[in-house]
Design a protein around this ligand. Structure first.
Ligand SMILES: [Zn+2]
Length: 326
């Protein structure tokens, strides 16, 4: 009998412990977030992809900014205590919706528990949706609402592009990355980020050079939106895309672009953007001043500034993934 009791205890509590210890997978987290966005959409009619994009943008900046707390819940949106409860709200019960609105705080009670909590995912998202509702729920009004809130064109553009990606693909799972060249072509590269550059004054090398023959296709490394395309005296023909992590992927010295690409267009990992060349280091059309190669750069935006980081480790991971998925 005792044996069975022990077994029963193990079945009950052993499994419970295992269940608690199991971390939710990335897919679970996406699913939970999607449920949350859909729930707020049902309550406010603000389309889920705008809520998802704002949430994702804020999560991105919190992960790289030291002046903002790291995201802990499902949501990424951050409200400061003053913003949430009202600047002059000295009430003990800062969660009370009545006092919050009395002191012009933004906080709202989304889950109808009588409290507007700055740490509750539903309250947070509902609060932002409620803010948007003052303007309207079509893209033009949301654009104005976002501009009033963030006061930066770049931020508004990035959020609307993330929304565009979520809407188009109907999923939050857009983290896939690939190597910028199809790996069955000949190419070579090494870590050269940060080394001094000769041409055009004192600069550091903000990227990785991938040497390959003229005409090798250059493909998008991520799900993203084309943010820039054209000529620059350093980069020659170059193109840049922005992914859902606020990361800008920059491809330079191209021989030419793939047909019909335009700024604002959605691309996915593997979409051909152009071809390896040696353009740049002079006026429009200059080429062959150096051996053909793709200059690949990565930049991160934190809501204030943008900086270059070393793409080399990311290239190695993408290359390995491409090889194992062949
Ligand atoms: Zn380069």
């Amino acid at each position: 009998m005792r044996k069975y009791v022990c077994l029963l205890i193990f079945i009950l509590f052993g499994n419970a412990t295992l269940a608690v210890a199991k971390e939710p997978s990335q897919a679970d987290i996406y699913q939970q977030r999607m449920n949350l966005y859909r729930q707020v959409e049902a309550m406010t009619f603000v389309p889920w992809y705008y809520l998802a994009a704002i949430d994702q943008y804020e999560r991105n900046i919190r992960l790289v900014r030291n002046d903002l707390p790291k995201p802990e819940g499902l949501t990424g949106i951050y409200f400061s205590p003053e913003q949430w409860s009202g600047f002059l709200n000295k009430n003990k019960d800062k969660h009370h919706p009545f006092f919050i609105s009395l002191f012009n705080g933004m906080g709202r009670d989304g889950n109808s528990d009588g409290k507007a909590k700055r740490t509750d995912d539903l309250d947070i998202l509902y609060t932002f949706a409620h803010y948007l509702l003052h303007y309207g729920i079509d893209e033009e009004h949301i654009r104005i609402a976002l501009w009033d809130y963030y006061q930066k064109d770049k931020t508004v553009g990035i959020i609307l592009n993330i929304a565009k990606l979520y809407r188009h693909f109907g999923t939050l799972d857009l983290g896939k990355k690939v190597f910028p060249l199809p790996i069955n072509h000949h190419y070579s590269y090494k870590s050269t980020w940060g080394v001094a550059r000769g041409w055009g004054g004192r600069r550091i090398h903000e990227g990785t050079d991938i040497f390959a023959n003229y005409g090798v296709p250059v493909q998008s490394t991520a799900y993203g939106v084309i943010e820039m395309k054209g000529w620059n005296k350093y980069g020659g023909w170059r193109i840049g895309i922005r992914d859902v992590h606020n990361t800008y992927h920059y491809f330079a010295h191209l021989n030419g672009f793939a047909k019909d690409l335009q700024i604002g267009q959605i691309v996915e990992p593997g979409t051909v953007l152009g071809y390896v060349g040696s353009t740049g280091y002079g006026p429009k059309g200059t080429s062959r001043k150096f051996p053909p190669h793709l200059h690949f750069g990565m930049y991160k935006y934190n809501g204030r500034t943008e900086w270059s980081f070393d793409p080399y480790p990311h290239l190695r991971i993408a290359e390995r993934n491409d090889r194992s998925s062949k």
